[in-house]
Design a protein around this ligand. Structure first.
Ligand code: NAP
Ligand code: HSE
Length: 438
């Protein structure tokens, strides 16, 4: 039954996502009213350029450049403009006026999230952000609500579609990074500044958001360890494939329990390319798709998969938040803040243990393998596998050693790599890459 007054919805932005949100609000008016118990009235759509052509039947009279008037007159504000300012100022104004806010803005949440959440809590409003991580995939609500009574131990996600597309093209066609990037650019997959994708900044922003929800801890973006895919070579991808792995850019959020040397629990939040065994569910994530693999104490392993970007797909997540916000409005009561009570330390990468695969070019002579093995032993890094291949290059027999390690700390591995680099036994270190999901 619809017996509540109409709710005024302000839409900030009418680009790829905003134009689809406007369309869905206008086209599904009756169905949304029935689901919410109140009519959702699109009060206005904020843009920069009022004269630009707008598709999807947004009535011209709704398009505005007057932000203050639109925000202050709204019950619910949807921010799909992107960028830090003026998005931050507009969201703060909306929250301070008592409106619930929905945002898809991962960059803003990762850098100013704590300020926005504090204000929302103070005024009893709610900030929704399902679309900020992995587009259409429901992952924020599962972490915030469905898993709220469980303990998340680890999240391993492919949360950047364009880099997954690039690595997948390199894997399936053998092209190099530049060629795969050119294809991604042509298809419009990369951000206006491609470094946000290929240097891992976008994935790091999403990792910070996921980790803060999963571990009830504020995660400053600068504490997220980040490596992008720009150093991944076609040779590394081919070698991984030969060995039954695929290289993926992973966002990993992990609980690191206390041990004899470290009396406090901590968390690790990190983004880097890593070899993933073909049997792992994340290895099957192809093209520009995203997936988030969650391991929780009681639930076990869960996999969330789907479109991580796209206007209409991302609009689906925004619409889910809109219905939640509108229902909350009708039901009444204050917004519920996310807890950051655990306040765990975000540990530096030097504390993290992973497996590694290292490929070396060495002179094929007696004693070389022993010299290399001694360097690993000296730094307490245990070797699990060694594969050797050799061929004659200019009358000299050259060998390639592919060494797989057991779990080793980043610090020990770095020391091994430094010593290998300086060793007369080693001609060249051709690849050092982590192995995850084993
Ligand atoms: P977009 O296509 O660039 O659209 C941005 C919209 O915001 C445009 O309508 C623009 O107005 C308006 N705008 C920007 N700055 C403004 C300002 N200062 N004042 C008034 N209006 C302003 O962006 P998008 O791709 O829809 O992305 C929106 C948000 O969703 C971003 O935070 C993005 O990270 C997030 N997101 C996007 C996707 C995706 O697949 N696109 C996926 C997940 C999350 P004009 O039209 O007049 O220029
Ligand atoms: N640049 C992002 C990606 C868009 O490639 O996944 C979605 O956030």
């Amino acid at each position: 039954m619809i017996d509540y007054r109409p709710l005024r919805v302000a839409l900030l932005g009418a680009g790829s996502v905003g134009s689809q949100v406007a369309r869905l609000i206008l086209e599904n008016k009756d169905e949304l009213a029935a689901r919410v118990g109140a009519e959702l009235q699109l009060a206005g759509v904020l843009v920069r350029d009022k004269r630009a052509a707008r598709g999807y039947g947004i009535p011209a009279e709704l398009i505005t450049t007057e932000a203050d008037q639109l925000i202050l007159g709204a019950d619910i504000v949807i921010e799909v403009m992107g960028g830090i300012e003026p998005a931050r100022t507009y969201i703060l104004a909306a929250l301070n006026s008592g409106s619930d806010v929905i945002t898809a803005n991962k960059a803003l949440l990762a850098t100013h999230g704590s300020e926005l959440f504090d204000v929302a809590e103070q005024v009893g409003a709610q900030l929704y952000f399902e679309a900020a991580v992995a587009g259409a995939i429901p992952i924020i609500r599962p972490l915030r609500e469905s898993l709220a009574g469980d303990k998340v131990k680890r999240i391993m996600g492919i949360v950047n579609g364009s880099t997954n597309f690039i690595l997948d093209r390199m894997d399936s066609t053998g092209v190099n990074l530049e060629e795969a990037m050119a294809e991604a650019t042509k298809l419009g997959y990369l951000e206006a500044d491609p470094a946000l994708d290929v240097e891992g900044y976008d994935a790091a922003q999403k990792a910070a958001i996921l980790a803060s929800l999963a571990f009830h801890t504020e995660v400053p973006l600068e504490k997220v360890y980040r490596e992008g895919i720009t150093k991944v070579t076609a040779a590394q991808i081919a070698a991984a494939k030969r060995d039954g792995y695929v290289i993926k850019l992973l966002a990993i959020c992990e609980m690191i329990p206390a041990d004899a040397e470290n009396p406090e629990d901590g968390i690790s939040v990190r983004v880097y390319p890593a070899m993933v065994p073909l049997e792992h569910p994340l290895a099957a994530v192809r093209g520009a798709f995203n997936a988030v693999f969650v391991e929780a104490e009681a639930a076990g392993s869960l996999m969330f998969y789907g479109a991580g970007a796209g206007g209409i797909q991302t609009a689906s997540a925004v619409m889910g938040d809109l219905v939640s916000a509108a229902k909350r409005h009708v039901a009444g009561g204050p917004g519920l803040a996310d807890s950051v009570h655990a306040d765990l330390e975000v540990l530096p990468i030097s504390r993290i243990k992973t497996r590694y695969q290292i490929t070396l070019e060495v002179t094929d002579q007696p004693g070389v393998l022993a010299a290399v093995a001694n360097i690993f032993a000296a730094h307490n890094v245990s070797i699990e596998t060694v594969e050797q291949s050799s061929k004659m290059i200019q009358a000299e027999s050259t060998a390639w050693l592919e060494i797989g390690t057991h779990e080793a700390s980043d610090k020990s591995l770095a020391a091994v790599v430094n010593e290998l680099d300086a060793s007369a036994a080693v001609e060249q270190i051709t690849s050092v890459i982590r192995v995850e999901g084993v």
